[in-house]
Design a protein around this ligand. Structure first.
Ligand code: FE
Length: 177
């Protein structure tokens, strides 16, 4: 263990900052998880955008905030890894299940799960934080694969978008771990 020295936090209490291990990397902190700057939102489909929080290319997962400003069916897909969801605003459900994810709700989606995301007509905006491990595959009506999403497709889409809006492709690097 490295030695630490006491340091008074601006709030008045004492902390003990300790040097990171040599190969550790600094914390990733985003003061605005839900950003004011509209350029931070990466378009995914018309009226569907995501905000990356963490794009973890070494462990194969990503954390993002999905914002949907349309109603109806979003996509049918199959997960090959687990998903954690926390609803920040609005309401949605899966056509395959009876439960509804309402504001404040948490849901765990299991590997192997196939579902169709639906946003009800009276919801003008839904915002949900998703932690997605591995990939999910978009399926057509017959259940045939028509595309996929993983940390790399997310990073690529974000890089292209940030380049296009003038933030620069490297803007995405702050989310990559
Ligand atoms: Fe899903």
């Amino acid at each position: 263990m490295s030695r630490s020295t006491a340091r008074t936090h601006p709030a008045g209490l004492v902390g003990f900052p300790t040097p990171l291990p040599r190969f550790a990397i600094p914390d990733l902190v985003l003061p605005q998880a839900v950003p004011d700057d509209p350029r931070e939102w990466v378009p995914q489909a018309p009226n569907v955008d995501f905000r990356p929080l963490m794009l973890n290319v070494t462990q194969g997962y990503f954390v993002n905030i999905l914002r949907v400003r349309k109603t109806g069916v979003l996509s049918r897909h199959r997960h090959d890894g687990p998903v954690h969801a926390y609803v920040l605003k609005g309401r949605w459900y899966y056509l395959e299940h009876d439960w509804t994810a309402t504001e404040g709700a948490y849901a765990h989606e299991v590997p192997g799960e196939v579902h169709t995301l639906y946003v009800p007509e009276d919801v003008s905006e839904m915002v949900t934080l998703f932690h997605v491990t591995g990939a999910y595959t978009y399926l057509d009506e017959q259940g045939r694969p028509i595309g996929h999403e993983d940390v790399f497709t997310k990073a690529e889409a974000a890089a292209r978008h940030y380049e296009a809006v003038g933030l620069g492709a490297d803007h995405v690097r702050r989310f990559i771990r």
